[in-house]
Design a protein around this ligand. Structure first.
Ligand code: HSE
Length: 312
């Protein structure tokens, strides 16, 4: 029986100032999904590993199931697909866990069916799965998980997704405190209205960040990593956030922010050496407050989701 396995990377959504419109893909970390055709006309999640029993098998509640069903519906495909999910990413961490599962499932299924879709055309199905997972069809995790690199969602209706430049030497440190924050909850703490002053500040920073990525101008990237919309409401949910932000300043990091809806903190650095140094600094901060963390240091990968194995 033909079986295709795909990998999709972890992602950092928002990137401080780009709430719901910016994200990047992280090298090395991610989820794998294997798919094969079954004899029924149903999509079935047949195996989930690495989730500590937390994820649903019900196909309309599992992000892989929702995404694959949406894809098969668009194709008017009548057969069924079995899905096996191998979680590499922690749930509710802000590292794009639900997005990586959905995107890996879509890339694997697309190959299984002979690539009926261009890669980017899989995005609407992945967005549908995010809508089910957290009540909002945001694309800032699924787009970089699928396409790799930095991605801007310029517009949602109609969807207009713009891959951006990834500066050489840019490294990311991820600090994952052992807390679970689900996206729906951390969206519910956000203010629904933004003042004209904050909208102006945020727009300036988004534009500055995009310009900085293209100019490979680390100082401009650093000045632009500033979020006046989501961070003030969300950072209070993350113990140690303000302390890490303060402590990394002297080490030469470009800045930090909340990865997606948290609790993971991302820190951008202009070299791998500094990225390791800020991981040590963050470790010390969390030791002081007595909270366990996982640390990852990674380049920004320009490679999005890909097929890792195909068994005939
Ligand atoms: N942009 C989304 C949010 C990302 O901040 O809620 C969720 O990972």
């Amino acid at each position: 029986m033909k079986k295709v396995t795909a990998f999709a990377p972890a992602t950092v959504a928002n990137v401080s100032c780009g709430f719901d419109i910016l994200g990047f893909a992280v090298d090395g970390l991610g989820d794998k999904v294997s798919v094969s055709l079954n004899d029924s006309n149903e999509v079935k999640v047949t195996l989930i590993e690495g989730d500590h029993g937390k994820l649903p098998y019900a196909v309309d509640k599992n992000t892989c199931g929702v995404a694959v069903q949406a894809m098969l519906h668009a194709l008017q495909y009548k057969g069924g697909v079995d899905i096996e999910l191998y979680k590499g990413l922690p749930l509710g961490s802000g590292m794009g866990s639900s997005a990586a599962s959905a995107v890996a499932a879509l890339v694997a299924t697309n190959r299984l069916l002979g690539n009926p879709f261009e890669k980017a055309a899989l995005l609407p199905f992945a967005i549908e799965s995010e809508r089910v997972a957290c009540g909002a069809g945001h694309a800032d995790n699924v787009s970089p998980a699928l396409l790799g690199g930095f991605v801007l969602i310029r517009e949602y209706h109609p969807l207009d997704v713009i891959p951006l430049n990834v500066p050489r030497g840019l490294y990311c440190t991820l600090v994952h405190p052992h807390l679970v924050l689900n996206t729906a909850d951390s969206r519910s703490v956000l203010k629904q209205h933004v003042s004209l002053k904050d909208a102006t500040t945020q727009s300036g920073n988004i534009a500055g960040l995009v310009a900085g990525l293209y100019q490979e101008n680390m100082s401009l990237i650093s000045r632009s990593l500033n979020d006046v919309i989501a961070e003030p409401s969300r950072s209070i949910l993350i113990p140690g956030y303000d302390e890490v932000k303060e402590a990394i300043k002297m080490a030469g990091a470009l800045g930090c922010g909340i990865s997606g809806s948290g609790p993971t903190i991302f820190i951008l650095s202009p070299s791998e050496e500094i990225a390791w140094e800020v991981s040590r600094i963050s470790q010390a901060v969390f030791e002081k407050i007595g909270l366990d963390i996982d640390l990852y240091v990674s380049a920004i990968t320009t490679r999005g989701a890909y097929v890792v194995e195909e068994k005939k």
